[in-house]
Every structure is written in structure tokens, then in C-alpha cells.
Design a protein around this ligand. Structure first.
Ligand code: SF4
Ligand code: SF4
Length: 473
């Protein structure tokens, strides 16, 4: 009789290898690097953050220059006020952003990831703080390995306090794009911020702290969808950060004065600096990898080594698959940037930008909606005329008040009963009840098309026409 296998222990099979389903994260202690690309990255971090943190404090026409007022359903962007009806402009802006991303990726790979993506930018800032508080990569490594004493506790607490302060300020600034930031300051200081404002400050702050302080390259490697599909935008002429294996291999250490060629070596001294400076911890010498965010830190690191060794710079450089394979000169690489695909992207992008600019320039500061009064379709008035009542929604998208005249055409003898002109305050919508009358003597019963003409009294060029129906019994 077979016994149940309850306490049965299986001996491991020969050659059995235990494989974890998920790789445990190895903390990366990236080494700080200086150079041409690092300077560009610093400049872009400063520029993007000056815009992000500074913009909500700018004032325009006495109000916040950039404010997305979701409650009032109005977006203020400097001199423009956008309403839900202007959604088309937002769509055009999104299309332009997407096309620009495709264009830059097709030209030079992950430029966005390496220099301007918030994940890269905040990770960089958080790493500056870390470097300032805990020291360089070797000191950080030693600190983490050491036991928890007063020094470690102080340094870690200071780092996290600075990270949290920056993260909360970031969350606060983010919410300041949706709630007037000066009001928000007063609310926060008096512990009076609304529940949604509090939630978003904390949520955005927590996301910044978690992503830039703790998760870092994990976000790029495992969470970012762009990292997964950007490869389809590459072609053999896309500039990518490349290790020139033909020049560098076989790699190996040597003294500065050694004749490495006679020793059968290439120009890579196998110093591993390109790996140490990499924020995602990869070795670019193994070829293009999806983890590479295109930050060019390895170019700067390797160029410093090349300078020290007295070799030409550019063992790791921006190049293309075709250029490496076919040994193109630099002029040919640049000429290939203007290939048909890129020219097509540029033409489409330019077309959409021109259409958007023209539409913005021609955008009328007056919009009108006509809604019929459904309670009384038609009624007879004492003087023998018939009357239809409408509600006009007059939208003044300009920030100054305007006065409007209302007229109606479409039937002979139409009379508009409304006090004129109608004044509408800046950036508001006003509902105006308008009665339209006509003598029914010469008009057939039924519905007749009419047109409302709303004209700015002081700027006759600003007008809006809106169709409606007039009913006669
Ligand atoms: S930094 Fe340059 S020389 Fe050093 S290992 Fe990397 S590729 Fe080779
Ligand atoms: S391989 Fe070079 S460019 Fe790519 S992420 Fe690492 S350091 Fe940046």
C-alpha cells in the first residue's frame, strides 16, 4: 500500500540549479563624472527645474501666469485663457510632443531619457544631495557596509530629511499649477489646505521621494513603457552611445608608456570607469542594451581615461550602427541625420506647429452658444407678434470686460428683445435670455432657420454667428 508523501524530502537532483524568479536589486553606487555631456545634463537639470519651480510664481495680468484651474474649467497660460471648447489645442500640443519625441529618438536615441525626463532629472538632484551628505561612491559604499553608529545615523537622517523636504516642495509646486500658489502657501502654512490639495502634495512628494531616492534605475528598467518601445524608433542611422569594439578590443590593462599595439591590445584599458559612472550599472562594452538611458556619463568617463592615456577621445561616443560597421567619416554620419524618415517627421511636425500657431493667432476671443428655451417653444404676445425665447451663452475669453450687441437675421421683421449692449466680464461666460419676436402675418407655420449675430461693440471685427430655429404656430 502506498504511503502518503507527507514527510517525504526529495534529494536535489544532480545539476539542479535554483533560479529566483525576480532578481534582487543590487544597489548602484555610481561614480560622479565631469565632462562635456555632464555639463549639458547639469545645465538642463537647472533649466528644467528653474521653469518647473519658478513658473507658478510668475504673474501675468494680475493673476498667476500659468494656472490650470480645473474647478472653473479654465487654463490660463500667460495671455491666453483656454476653455473646455479649446480642447483641440491641447490635443495638438500632445501630438506635437509625441512627434518631437519620435523625431529626437530617431535622430539620437534616448535624448529625452538622458537629459530631460523627470526621473533622470530628480535622480540626478537626489544623487547630488547624497554625494554632498555622504560623500563619493566609495565613501557611500563604506558607510552602507559599516554598522549603525551615531555618524551613520546622522548622515542618513540628514540625507532623508533633505530628500523629503525637496520631494514635498516638488509636490507643493505641482499642486501650485492647479491651485493659485499664493493661496496654497497661506493654506498650507495655516494647516488649512483642502483634502485634495493635501493628498496630491503628499502623493506627488512621495512618488518623487520613492522614485528618485529609492527606485532610481528600477523605474527606467522595469516600469517605463518608453524604454520598451523606443527601440522600434531606432534605425541603423540613429545616433546611439556606442563602444567602438574594433578600436577597443582586445581590452586589457597596460602602463601609459607601453606599446599596446605591439602587445596585441586595443585602446580599452579595462579600467571599468564606464561601468562605475553608469547610473543603471550596465557595461556599454557589451553592446546597446535597453537599460541604457543615453545619459552619456560613460562617454565623459572614458574620455577622461583616454586623455590620461594620451589616446584620442571617443572610444565610447555617439555613433550609428552603420557608421561603426562601415567606418563612415563624421561628415557622413551627420549627412545621414537628414534621411527621408527624419525629413518626413520634420515636415509633419512643422506643418502641425504652423497650423497650431495660426489657429492660436486667429482664435476669436468671443464664443457663443444658443440654447432654446424648451419650456415655451412659441407664444403669442399681446401686440399680435409671436415670440421664441433663447438663452445665449456669451463667452468672453479675453481677460478684459467687453460689451456686445446682439442681432438676429433669417426672417423679415425679426425683433430682438434684450437690453443692449450686454457687458461680459473678462474670462467669464454669461447667460443672457433673449426674446425674438416677429409678425406672423406673412410667415408660414413651422420652423425657420435664423442666425444670431453677436458683435463686440468696441471691436466690430470680433463677432460670432450662431444658428438656431424659430417656430411659428
Ligand atoms: S572607460 Fe573606456 S577604457 Fe575604461 S573600461 Fe570603459 S571603455 Fe575601456
Ligand atoms: S551605458 Fe552609458 S549612456 Fe547608457 S546609461 Fe550607462 S552611462 Fe549612461
Amino acid at each position: 500500500m502506498t504511503q502518503p508523501a507527507r514527510n517525504l524530502k526529495l534529494a536535489p537532483l544532480a545539476n539542479e540549479v535554483e533560479t529566483a524568479l525576480y532578481e534582487v536589486r543590487k544597489k548602484i553606487y555610481s561614480r560622479a563624472v565631469h565632462g562635456w555631456f555632464a555639463s549639458w545634463r547639469v545645465a538642463l537639470v537647472l533649466a528644467t527645474q528653474a521653469v518647473f519651480y519658478g513658473m507658478p510664481w510668475l504673474v501675468w495680468n494680475g493673476r498667476q501666469a500659468v494656472l490650470f484651474d480645473l474647478g472653473a474649467r479654465k487654463f490660463y497660460i500667460f495671455g491666453w485663457v483656454f476653455w473646455p471648447q479649446d480642447f483641440i489645442f491641447l490635443t495638438a500640443l500632445l501630438v506635437i510632443s509625441a512627434l518631437s519625441l519620435f523625431l529626437f529618438t530617431a535622430i539620437a536615441g534616448r535624448l529625452w531619457c538622458g537629459y530631460a525626463c523627470p526621473q533622470t532629472v530628480y535622480t540626478e538632484i537626489f544623487m547630488w544631495i547624497e554625494n554632498m551628505v555622504e560623500g563619493d561612491h566609495l565613501q557611500r559604499m563604506r558607510l552602507d557596509k559599516g554598522s549603525l553608529g551615531a555618524r551613520k545615523l546622522t548622515l542618513k537622517s540628514l540625507k532623508h530629511a533633505l530628500w523629503i523636504a525637496l520631494a514635498l516642495w516638488t509636490g507643493f509646486t505641482f499642486v501650485g499649477y492647479f491651485t493659485p500658489i499664493k493661496t496654497l502657501v497661506a493654506e498650507v502654512l495655516s494647516w488649512n489646505a483642502g483634502p485634495w490639495e493635501t493628498f496630491w502634495i503628499l502623493f506627488y512628494g512621495f512618488a518623487t521621494y520613492g522614485n528618485a531616492g529609492w527606485m532610481r534605475e528600477q523605474v527606467c528598467k522595469y516600469m517605463c513603457p518608453y524604454a520598451r518601445f523606443q527601440a522600434v524608433m531606432f534605425d541603423p542611422d540613429t545616433l546611439v552611445i556606442t563602444y567602438d569594439a574594433q578600436r577597443g578590443e582586445p581590452r586589457g590593462s597596460r602602463s601609459r608608456s607601453a606599446d599596446y599595439r605591439a602587445a596585441g591590445l586595443g585602446e580599452c584599458v579595462d579600467c571599468n570607469i564606464c561601468v562605475q559612472v553608469c547610473p543603471t550599472g550596465i557595461d556599454i562594452r557589451e553592446g546597446l542594451q535597453y537599460e541604457c538611458i543615453g545619459c552619456a556619463a560613460c562617454i565623459d568617463g572614458c574620455n577622461q581615461v583616454m586623455d590620461k592615456m594620451g589616446y584620442p577621445q571617443g572610444l565610447i561616443r555617439y555613433s550609428t550602427e552603420n557608421a561603426i560597421k562601415r567606418k563612415y567619416p563624421e561628415s557622413r554620419i551627420l549627412a545621414n541625420v537628414f534621411r527621408p524618415r527624419i525629413l518626413l517627421y520634420c515636415a509633419v511636425l512643422l506643418g502641425i506647429v504652423l497650423v497650431l500657431m495660426t489657429a492660436l493667432y486667429l482664435r476669436s476671443p468671443l464664443k457663443v452658444d444658443v440654447i432654446r428655451d424648451r419650456a415655451t417653444l412659441v407664444r403669442e404676445v399681446g401686440d399680435g407678434t409671436v415670440e421664441n425665447v433663447y438663452r445665449l451663452q456669451i463667452m468672453n475669453t479675453d481677460e478684459r470686460p467687453h460689451r456686445y450687441n446682439i442681432a438676429v437675421t433669417g426672417l423679415t421683421g425679426l425683433v430682438v428683445e434684450v437690453p443692449q449692449p450686454v457687458e461680459v466680464a473678462g474670462a467669464t461666460t454669461q447667460a443672457v435670455a433673449v426674446a425674438v419676436r416677429v409678425d406672423p402675418a406673412n410667415i408660414k407655420p413651422g420652423s425657420h432657420a435664423i442666425v444670431f449675430h453677436v458683435t463686440d461693440k468696441d471691436q466690430p471685427g470680433v463677432k460670432a454667428d450662431e444658428k438656431s430655429m424659430f417656430y411659428v404656430r
